[in-house]
Every structure is written in structure tokens, then in C-alpha cells.
Design a protein around this ligand. Structure first.
Ligand code: C2E
Ligand code: CA
Ligand code: CA
Length: 695
């Protein structure tokens, strides 16, 4: 439609019409055939939407659906179709407020109309007939005033908020007009509150709550209140409404009335309820999530005279289960565990899933035996699942002080659990303070380790390996010492385990390997005859498919013969990840390195295994030597082990030889090489060179 102003038009408006124009608030000219609209009073209020792109049909449809009050649209249609010339309509003014308008239509020609609108707001209220059954005149006036005020209108028309006033003395309520668009009932007048409660407008279960709130307001206990209750809507359904209640007091502080709003918050509330459920319940297992678990813990722990224990558990190598059996299997397993836990604890006890395969239970208990028995029952149920053998580890924290931060309870239980992880026979541990100390110590170490490596605090010591017969040094093992500026010399058992857990051992090992290469290079440069140095290769490194390339890179860099760099790999790796382990060994072997099986006899050693692995040298563990050599039977085992190894072409090095007798016995059995305090402790490089030269 073309948009024109009055002076753009070329027809002559007669004076009578002109006169009428003046008394109307809005005058609009429409030419249907030519798609023209004109704002004849240049008031530019009603028509402040973009109709230039519309044809007249679209224009009328827009006006009808957007600017005419819903219940008046039929009347508006009649104005159009039946040529009903005068009507009262609710029309939306440019300020967004619907006003009751008197609308006069003048037809100029077959296709030209003039619409004249008069705002009736001021008049109509005078006509409104309000019953005064309970209300004092003053109150009516107050409500009247509100009904007229712009703000009030804006609120009720624009936001769907129902306003109400509750008069304490008469216990009556009046609602804003729009109440009828929301809920069932008759809202034109005031209501006795009891009538409302009896009428079924408020949901049964919410009545007492609402009454109590109003009562508290009445007694002055409550100031402002914001509550959610269910009220019946036009379809007869109870849906959530938010009701605000604000008391209005007289100068003596006595309650005159309460005012407030009622707003449909059904969607939002239902959404919140769902969200809350989602936020509290773990989707997979239907157990509580950590948030809900902690909340429930808080609730239980208010009870000061009961003993509570937190038990956390998880499945060892759950990742492997995922990989081997698939995610669906693993999910079902988690559900099964959840189900088992629930069935084994009492109703009042708490069960939750904290992450992946980590579960928690919070139970009331009387004795440690009770906890142990519960753990045993859980173990029994979950040690096998559909053909998969599972190891579940537990950590227990006994709550001694109910005021302890909740987070700590979980931390301590987890700490206890972490002391069990990876151990073969132990399944659970109770938290002890020493664990905390150890953890703090570990934190110190972790804080320091990077800097220490950078600053060269890790130092290579060498423990010589001897030919038993000639007492000659024929090799050395590289063992790390941490020369800590504050703590002095730290032995590897203080930190290697931790570095294996946190992965730092990868860096440290490489550093040590390089130190060994540097040393060999130095001996060569000094014109000395080098002896092979064996370096320790930690488990994680063995899992690295690039391991051979790393060693190749080092011998290349320092230009040393591979026979001088020997690799000690501990046998327990064999059980962890066989394929990778064997692949790596083959590669190293093929590349020309000498492989030593470290700590033979400390774990589940089997001679059978030797057949399948390309080790050149077996290092008999110190403890194996210690424990067996004292009995006759033990002596025989050592004897046969050595003979058998020799038979299949594998050399033996005895570790931890501390006495002459041990050395002699070993020699007698056919073991020619030994390492141990009887010969020498691990020593600094200077000391080693001295030993070597005087050796
Ligand atoms: P390991 O590889 O079995 O090293 C032998 C350990 O036995 C050394 O302990 C050594 O000092 C000790 N030992 C040697 N002879 C005797 C003896 O006659 N009697 C007794 N009681 N002990 C003896 P150390 O140096 O404390 O190292 C402990 C462990 O730490 C090593 O056991 C090794 O597994 C690990 N480790 C040391 N350095 C490194 C390293 O650079 N990298 C890796 N990954 N592990 C290392
Ligand atoms: Ca070793
Ligand atoms: Ca060893």
C-alpha cells in the first residue's frame, strides 16, 4: 500500500466531515482498489507498522489480528463485511495498550472508506458497574484508580499478569479483568477467600500451603512472599502459577490488605521440575548424582548421634571393559552395579554415581565389621558379570565429626581407595591420617618435579655389576637419585611410584637414558674401556610404539654402540598388555639391544614365559634370593631356575647379593654375574670411576 498524508490526497473533504475529524482521535482513509492508506489526522499512532508492502487484504488481516482486541474481532469483521457502521472495539494504540474505542466508518465510494476512532477509556469506566457487596467505597476507588492507570493496564494487557487485592478485614479478594482469561470462575466481582478455597480453583494439595502463607502475612510473620501453587485453568487443568503477596499496612502497622500478582509459570515450573530431576538423578543408573548425594548427606548428617561411613568404589580397568565388551555391555554393567548397591543397602542409606565407573554409598553403621561385611557382599555380587571377571576396589571414610566439609568426606574415601588400586589382593581400605600425609607429600613432589628435572636435580648413580669369579666390574645399572635442595638425597622408592601414576616417569626415564649415553660417550672420549650401562624402562614407556626409535635416536646422537646400552624391563608388564609388550620387545631386540628382565621372581614369574619373550638376561629379584636361599627347598628352586635359564640360553644376573655365601652359592649354581651391596652400593659417577679403575 502507498502511504500518503492528508495533503497528498486530491479529494475535497466537506466541512461536516472535517468537523467530525476534529473530534475523533484517529481518522484513517483506505482505498481498497488502489491499495492506499492515509492517516488523515497525521496522528501516526495506530498506523505505525510497516504496511507499505501489504495489499489491502493483508492490511486488514494484520489490523484484525494484531490491533483489534481478541474478543472484538468478530465485530471488526462485521464492520468490514456487513458494513456495520458504528461499533465499540478494543483497539491497540501505538503505545501498545488496548483501548476501548468508538469506531465510526464512513463509506465514501465503493472502494473508499474512512475509519474514525474515539478513545472511550475515560468514559467507559464511569459506566462500569461494579458491585459493592463487601467493598467499602474507598476500596473500590482504589481499584478503580488502578484500573485506569496506564501502568496497570500495561501490565495486565501486555504480560498476562493477573493482579489481585486481598482485604484482610472482609477476607475478600478482587482480581483484575484479565483473570477470566486465565482461570475458571467468575471474576467480575470481589470474592470471599473461603469461597475460592472451596470452589476447587486451588489444587487440593496446595490449599494448606497457600492458607498458611496468607495467615503468616496476616500475623505479620511474613513480609513479602513469592510462592508457586497450582490453580485450575480454563481447560480444567491444574497448572502452576506464581503468586506474589505483599502486605499493605496502616500507620500502626496493622494489615489492611495484601496486593500481588498471579502469573502462569506452568511451562517454566514444569521445566524446572524436570531440570531438577535431571540435575539430581544420573540418567544411566537412576542413582543420585553427586549434587543430590551431597544434599542428602547434609540432611542425614544433621542427625548428630549416628555414625556414618562413606564408601566409594570403582571397577579396575573399566576402560578395558569398555573396549573389549563394548559400550552397551559396560552401560548394562553399570546399571547392574547400581541395582546391586541399591538392593544391598537400607532404604535410608544413600547410593550415587559420581562419574564413569565410580559409585558411592553413604551408610549408617555401628561397627567396622558391618562395613566390611557390606563390602564383601557387594564384591560377591559384582565380581562376575555375564562372563566378565571384575575387580572392584573400595575406600571407606568413617565420619567422625558431622561438621566436616562434605567434599572432604569424599576426598578421604577416595584417598583410601587409591591406596588399594593396582594391588592384587587388597580390595578395600579405611582412611587413615597417614594417607593424607602421604598425599600432601606427593603434592609437594609433584609441585617440584618439573623444576627439578630442568635444574638437573635428578642424578644418575651407577651400581656396578660384577663377574663373581673374577670380581671384575662388567657392567652397571643406572639408578636415579633426586638431590633435593631442601630434603637432601631422595631415593627412587619415594617418587618413582608416583611418577608412574602421573606419567612424569616418561620424561625422567628419557633423561636417565640420555645420562647413560652421555656417560658412555665420555668414557669413550676419555679413552677408557666402557662397560654396558643398563637403564630402567618403565611400564608406560614400553607401551610406546616409538620406543625403539627413541633409543635409536640416542645412540645415534652420541655415536655409541648399542651393546653399551642395555634395557631393564620389569616382568609385571607382561600381564598388563601382552600384545604391545611383545611387539615392543621384538622391535627392540631386532634393532640390536640387550634386554634384561628385571625383578624376576617378585611377581607372578613363570619360566614358561621366558619361552615366549626375547629376553637375553634375567635379573633375579633380591627378595626371591632372600626368601628362597635360606631353605633347602628354596636353594633347589634357585639352582633349577639358573640351570634352566642357562639351558635355554638366557643369562642370569643375581640382584641384591649381600653376603659372600650368597655369591658363592650362586656361582655354584652356574650364575656368574651379581649386583648387590656385598660388592657395592649404587654410587656417584666419580666413585664409580674410582671403583672401576682400582677394581
Ligand atoms: P631395581 O631396578 O630393582 O633396582 C635395584 C634396587 O635394589 C636399587 O634400589 C638398588 O639400590 C637396590 N639394591 C641393589 N643391591 C642391593 C642389596 O644388596 N641390598 C638391598 N637391600 N638393595 C639393593 P633403588 O636405587 O632404591 O631403586 C629402587 C627402584 O626404583 C629400582 O628397582 C627401579 O625399579 C626404580 N628406579 C630407579 N631408578 C630408576 C629410573 O631411572 N627409572 C625407572 N623407571 N625406575 C627407576
Ligand atoms: Ca632395574
Ligand atoms: Ca630389579
Amino acid at each position: 500500500m502507498k502511504k500518503l498524508k492528508y495533503h497528498d490526497l486530491n479529494f475535497d473533504v466537506n466541512t461536516a466531515v472535517d468537523e467530525m475529524f476534529r473530534s475523533f482521535d484517529q481518522v484513517i482513509y483506505v482505498d481498497i482498489n488502489n491499495d492506499i492508506v492515509a492517516d488523515l489526522k497525521n496522528s501516526d499512532t495506530l498506523l505505525n507498522f510497516d504496511y507499505e508492502s501489504m495489499n489491502s487484504d493483508e492490511f486488514f488481516r494484520y489490523v484484525r489480528n494484531n490491533l483489534i482486541f481478541e474478543s472484538d474481532r468478530e465485530v471488526f469483521d462485521n464492520v468490514q463485511i456487513a458494513g456495520k457502521l458504528n461499533a465499540e472495539l478494543g483497539v491497540k494504540w501505538s503505545d501498545g495498550i488496548f483501548r476501548k474505542c468508538y469506531c465510526k466508518t464512513v463509506r465514501i465510494s465503493a472502494n473508499e472508506f474512512i475509519y474514525m476512532l474515539l478513545d472511550l477509556t475515560e468514559y467507559s469506566n464511569e459506566c462500569e458497574n461494579i458491585k459493592t457487596k463487601y467493598l467499602e467505597v474507598e476500596n473500590i476507588q482504589r481499584m478503580q484508580y488502578r484500573k485506569n492507570s496506564h501502568k496497570y493496564r500495561l501490565i495486565i494487557e501486555q504480560t498476562n499478569i493477573v493482579l489481585y487485592e486481598w482485604y484482610a478485614e472482609t477476607n475478600s479478594v478482587i482480581f483484575s479483568d484479565n483473570a477470566r482469561r486465565h482461570f475458571r470462575g467468575y471474576y467480575d466481582s470481589d470474592f470471599n477467600l473461603d469461597e475460592i478455597f472451596n470452589s476447587g480453583v486451588v489444587y487440593k494439595e496446595d490449599i494448606d500451603f497457600l492458607k498458611k502463607c496468607l495467615d503468616d502475612i496476616y500475623k505479620g510473620i511474613l513480609k513479602d512472599k513469592d510462592i508457586k501453587v497450582r490453580l485450575i485453568n480454563l481447560d480444567g487443568k491444574y497448572i502452576w502459577y506464581n503468586i506474589t503477596i505483599s502486605p499493605v499496612l496502616d500507620e500502626n502497622g496493622k494489615l489492611i490488605m495484601a496486593v500481588g500478582t498471579i502469573l502462569d509459570v506452568n511451562k517454566a515450573t514444569n521445566y524446572l521440575i524436570k531440570l531438577k530431576y535431571r540435575a539430581e538423578i544420573d540418567d544411566l543408573t537412576r542413582l543420585s548424582n553427586p549434587y543430590k548425594f551431597t544434599e542428602d548427606m547434609n540432611r542425614l548428617m544433621k542427625n548428630d548421634n549416628k555414625n556414618y561411613a562413606m564408601i566409594v568404589l570403582d571397577i579396575e580397568k573399566f576402560k578395558a571393559i569398555n573396549e573389549i565388551y563394548g559400550i552397551e555391555f559396560a552401560d548394562n554393567l553399570l546399571r547392574y552395579i547400581a541395582h546391586t548397591l541399591k538392593s544391598l543397602v537400607r532404604r535410608e542409606d544413600l547410593t550415587g554415581r559420581f562419574s564413569g565407573d565410580c559409585f558411592g554409598i553413604f551408610v549408617e553403621y555401628n561397627s567396622d565389621e558391618q562395613i566390611v561385611s557390606l563390602i564383601e557382599r557387594i564384591c560377591k555380587c559384582v565380581s562376575f558379570y555375564k562372563g566378565a571377571a571384575l575387580t572392584v576396589v573400595f575406600g571407606v571414610y568413617r565420619v567422625l565429626d558431622n561438621k566436616i566439609p562434605r567434599r572432604k568426606i569424599l576426598d578421604y574415601a577416595n584417598m583410601a581407595k587409591s591406596t588399594v588400586k593396582g594391588k592384587n589382593l587388597k580390595r578395600f581400605a579405611f582412611y587413615e591420617d597417614s594417607m593424607l600425609l602421604k598425599m600432601l607429600e606427593e603434592q609437594h613432589i609433584e609441585n617440584d618435579m618439573d623444576q627439578a628435572l630442568y635444574n638437573g636435580q635428578f642424578t644418575m648413580f651407577l651400581q656396578p655389576r660384577y663377574d663373581i669369579q673374577t670380581s671384575e666390574i662388567i657392567g652397571a645399572e643406572a639408578l636415579v637419585r633426586w638431590l633435593h635442595p631442601d630434603r637432601g638425597i631422595m631415593m627412587p622408592n619415594k617418587f618413582i611410584g608416583l611418577f608412574e601414576k602421573n606419567g612424569f616417569v616418561v620424561k625422567l626415564d628419557r633423561y636417565m637414558w640420555e645420562q647413560a649415553c652421555i656417560q658412555i660417550r665420555k668414557w669413550m672420549d676419555d679413552g677408557l674401556r666402557p662397560v654396558p650401562i643398563s637403564v630402567n624402562v618403565s611400564r608406560i614407556n614400553v607401551e610406546n610404539p616409538q620406543l625403539t626409535e627413541i633409543f635409536d635416536g640416542l645412540v645415534e646422537k652420541y655415536q655409541i654402540d648399542k651393546k653399551y646400552l642395555e634395557l631393564e624391563i620389569t616382568e609385571t608388564v607382561y600381564y598388563d598388555n601382552q600384545d604391545v609388550f611383545l611387539d615392543t620387545l621384538e622391535k627392540l631386540k631386532n634393532s640390536g639391544y640387550t634386554l634384561l628382565m628385571d625383578d624376576f621372581g617378585s611377581g607372578f614369574s613363570s619360566l614358561n614365559m621366558l619361552k615366549n619373550t626375547p629376553f637375553d638376561i634375567l635379573k633375579i629379584d633380591r627378595n626371591f634370593l632372600d626368601e628362597t636361599i635360606i631353605t633347602d627347598k628354596g636353594k633347589k628352586i634357585i639352582d633349577h631356575t639358573i640351570k634352566l635359564s642357562n639351558d635355554i640360553g638366557i643369562e642370569i644376573v643375581a640382584e641384591g647379593v649381600e653376603t659372600k655365601e650368597q655369591a658363592e652359592y650362586l656361582l655354584q649354581c652356574g650364575c656368574n654375574t651379581a649386583q648387590g651391596y656385598y660388592y657395592s652400593k649404587p654410587v656417584s659417577l666419580d666413585e664409580f670411576e674410582r671403583l672401576f679403575n682400582t677394581g
